[in-house]
Write a protein that binds this ligand. Sequence first.
Ligand code: BGC
Length: 783
Amino acid sequence: MSKTNSRPNLESGRAETRHPATDKKLRRLAVLSLTSCVFTLGVLAILARGQGFPGTQAPAAKGPWMDKSLSADQRADLLIGQMTLEEKISLLHGSGRRGGFGTPGAPPPPTRSLGGAGFIPGIPRLGIPDLQMADAACGVTRGAVYGRYSTVLPSDISEASSWDLKVAHDYGALIGRELRDQGFNMSLGGGSNLTREPRNGRTFEYKGEDPILAGKLVGEEMKALQEQGVIGDIKHYAVNDQESGRNFVNVIIDQRAMRDSDLLAFEIGVKESGVGAVMCSYNLVNGDYACENKYLLEDALKKDFGFQGFVLSDWGGTHSTAKAAMAGLDMEMPGDTYFAEALEKAVQSGEVPASRVDDMVHRILRTEFAVGLFDLPADRKVVSIFTGFEVAQRVAEQGTVLLKNAQGQLPLKASRLRSIAVIGSHSDVGVLSGGGSAQVDPPGGNAVPPPPPAPGAAARGFFERIVWDPSSPLKAIREKAPHAKVEYNPGTDPVAAAALAKNSDVAIVFINQPTSEGRDVPSLSLPDNQDQLVSAVAAANMRTIVVLETGDPVAMPWVDQVSAVLEAWYPGIRGGEAIANILFGEVNPSAKLPVTFPKAEADLPHPKLTQQPPPASDADMTSPFPGSRFRMNTRKFEVDYNEGLKVGYKWYDAEGKQPLFEFGHGLSYTSYAYSDLKVVPGPEMTVTFKVKNTGARAGAEIAQVYVSLPASSGEPPKRLVGWEKIQLAPGEVKPVTVTLDSRYLSIFNADKDSWEVAPGEYKVWVGGSSRDLPLHKGITLGE
Ligand code: BGC
């Protein structure tokens, strides 16, 4: 009988029997564990020096501030009471030296950073967690270098085209979950700048031209994101509406125009979500940088909107210590030029009161408590690809706008098609994405890898990268029409593309307009002779359908020659499938434009994009960042938003200009009729009406309510004040009630610094777009 040893198995409670041969293995294991112990001790020593593995959390917090029955504010104050000035200041600036920010010669960024856009080490002594920030406007970014997967959602403008709070909720919740799963606890997303400049390279990151639509959607998105235990952020505050010269442009805008439109989007977003952070923008507003602009930060955001969270600067957007701190900036990102030692000195000299530093720290810590960073530390997981695919496809289907559909050309009937030409925009392999810090690395990399730079040529800059997400429209179309011959032509030669179109029953032309942070598009015209391509194909085939993958509104000189136009924006990782579902009618489109598509440049408030002028002298060629050797043209210039209140459709209405496709426009495969408008005044005005599906398919109509204010108000002809998305079966009629927040009927009185409802005659309009409003009723208020 062999000798056995026994030891209790603590997990099962049973005695375990072991063979002597196993002992040898155990001895080897013991040596190994000793070695690993030594290693672990080494690692612990590193951790004790304030470094650690990427994503290592601070030890669980202990102390009276962990009492969950106290409010976030009480808990923050208890914690602040334990902190030294140095510790407080350590929370007020980033530690990154990426991109030339931060003190030259400073030690490399701490290793606990997960490699997101921003990192602020916590304070292990007090259990204050590291702040791990990631850009996440349309999904979690910078996955590739770390081998992390995240869902590439359709762009924000697509989300906005759904006009659907449920879609916004799902969008925010997915981003929040994926951030959390990857160990991040703060998002840098939530773009809410209005489309004053439709050539803006970041329109795809924003939510259109109307403040109420943008504000409601970003509010819902941030609420959902924060429910995942991740701090949300709304940006870029404020009036950062062009990328050209974004660090040097001084925006001139009157206070009322700002409050009634641009800032209102932020106000609604902040109030609806209780968002934890607001990022101030690069530009100057009326002479002061946004990140040291007291009116924007202190007076409007913190005082009037009641924002309780913290303001962080855009990356490199801090320009001073005392001025910025006293104007309301709470955190310098991503470096430490102004809010580290310089701030400590300013406190010691009395330039910045210690109480202001306490307020900055309070705002950060109360947000961390309120959102759950202390109570629910991240529990890292592998991101659910399946959930991501499902949400991404649904958003794309709800956000793709059917702009034109002559003679019911769409949906396509697969059984009646023998041949389909699919043309252009790499639609054999992918769909386009937006560039810059919002770009999400797609799984498997760029579907259209760029050719290596020619010998001696510089590599493409970060903002010049063009990335295609691997979701093939061609493949998805082939799946919908298995019996048709579906052929692809790259569209680079219009003659060859037209020849294929001529021999096909239908031609689908994919069009692209790459846009990116860091640069605006030069004009509303499509690049790369694509207008010529569409015209050539349309001349060869009467049944030409155009699918747009653009970040901005574009001019369409060929619109009368084609039979259908679909705006898919940058549709994300399931874009191909979503487009095919709409083309073949498995999904009935319901999206509406959140931006006006003008006919031509000449119709814009600023027909020419205002560019930064060349340096006036050598003095203009300097570094925008102290300590950096990088020199650039820092000459300031102005953009005067003298169109004031007339943003987007309000401009076209006021100026009597006919757009190509108006704000709120979007077709369906069915039709709707409106009736029975009633308007009941009161502290909250109620608007009721009926919508009927008069066609043969189920669909969803986005019914829109606009109001014309009394002439004495000096407002543009009408403003959007509410909407409702209504699902309707064929023939079904539904009553709809839209309750109007009185703020949405108000105007900002800059002299009194307050909101008021102008007395007089109002008109309520209801219908399916800003220029298709069959119902209207007059009402008198306040007389
Ligand atoms: C962008 C921000 C972004 C930050 C961090 C800046 O250049 O304007 O939107 O969050 O970089 O990547």
